[in-house]
Design a protein around this ligand. Structure first.
Ligand code: BTN
Length: 270
């Protein structure tokens, strides 16, 4: 299914889409986030999207790289420039993760879940990673970029471990190939919907999909590690961790390490 993401199909499928327009499609580029940052600095409208079939230097969080299984994944970056403020940053990454999980569920019926802050997993393995970045002009936030790398039709041999959680694709988890353009259409619909939710409604939906909720985790930050139980998600998209002493701590940044054994995973497993 290598021709599923042609520009002409995308034109037709996204003609009346609530986001993802205008879009620029590259057969190959270094990083769609870098392209979107550049476009945003030159005035890209809210909702604009950069899409690529192949990424040579895809960027991940915490200085990681993102290898985009050539022609087999969704590599998309959206420009959000509708006046959102930096305080909402954590929530916007969450809205994009929720949208990605819901789009996967809509199309495939598979049990996609979120993993704070910005990952999407299926069966305990990483299906998608998100990279939110800001565009500043002086001290004014001009736009946010949300980059989404979603593994669709890769085989196991195409995927390199890039983070703590082992990678997977929709093909591996569901046993069949999927049309990336149809998935992208769902994704832009879901993204427009989740970005429009009130903070309370978004957090409620996010918590309903979040695999770390009420689980024991280790939070790995830049310079410290903290153990505790995820208590809830907070309105700004940060996480409330209950420590062994019962005290609650607000965590704004970091990665979660949790024992994602499929037998104990929430959602979709018995
Ligand atoms: C992570 O899990 O570390 C985040 C990965 C984000 C990868 C996507 S692929 C599309 C967009 N362009 C990039 O260079 N990175 C993001």
């Amino acid at each position: 299914m290598r021709e599923d993401l042609s520009p002409s199909r995308l034109e037709a499928l996204l003609a009346d889409a609530p986001m993802g327009r205008p879009f620029r499609f590259y057969e190959e580029t270094d990083s769609t986030n870098t392209d979107a940052l550049e476009w945003a600095r030159r005035g890209a409208p809210h909702g604009a999207m950069i899409l690529a079939n192949v990424q040579r230097r895809g960027r991940g969080r915490r200085g990681r790289t993102w290898e985009g299984g050539e022609g087999r994944s969704i590599l998309a970056s959206f420009v959000l420039s509708d006046g959102r403020r930096a305080e909402g940053w954590g929530r916007i990454g969450g809205a994009a993760a929720v949208a990605t999980a819901q789009a996967v569920r809509d199309l495939t019926g598979g049990p996609a879940v979120t993993k704070w802050p910005n990952d999407v997993l299926m069966h305990g393995k990483k299906l998608a990673g998100l990279l939110p970045e800001a565009v500043w002009r002086g001290d004014r936030l001009e736009a946010l970029i949300v980059g989404i790398g979603l593994n669709v039709n890769q085989a196991t041999a195409d995927l390199l471990p890039q983070a703590r959680t082992p990678p997977t694709s929709l093909r591996i988890e569901t046993g069949k190939e999927w049309d990336r353009a149809l998935l992208l259409r769902r994704l832009v619909e879901q993204l427009a919907r989740t970005l429009a939710l009130s903070p309370g409604a978004l957090i409620a939906e996010w918590e309903s999909l979040e695999c770390s909720l009420h689980r024991e985790v280790e939070v790995i930050g830049e310079d410290r590690r903290l153990k505790g139980t995820v208590h809830r998600l907070l309105p700004d998209g940060s996480l409330s961790l209950r420590g062994p002493d019962g005290a609650e701590r607000q965590i704004r940044w970091g990665e979660l390490s949790l024992n994602l054994h499929p037998a104990t995973e929430r959602h979709g497993f018995t």
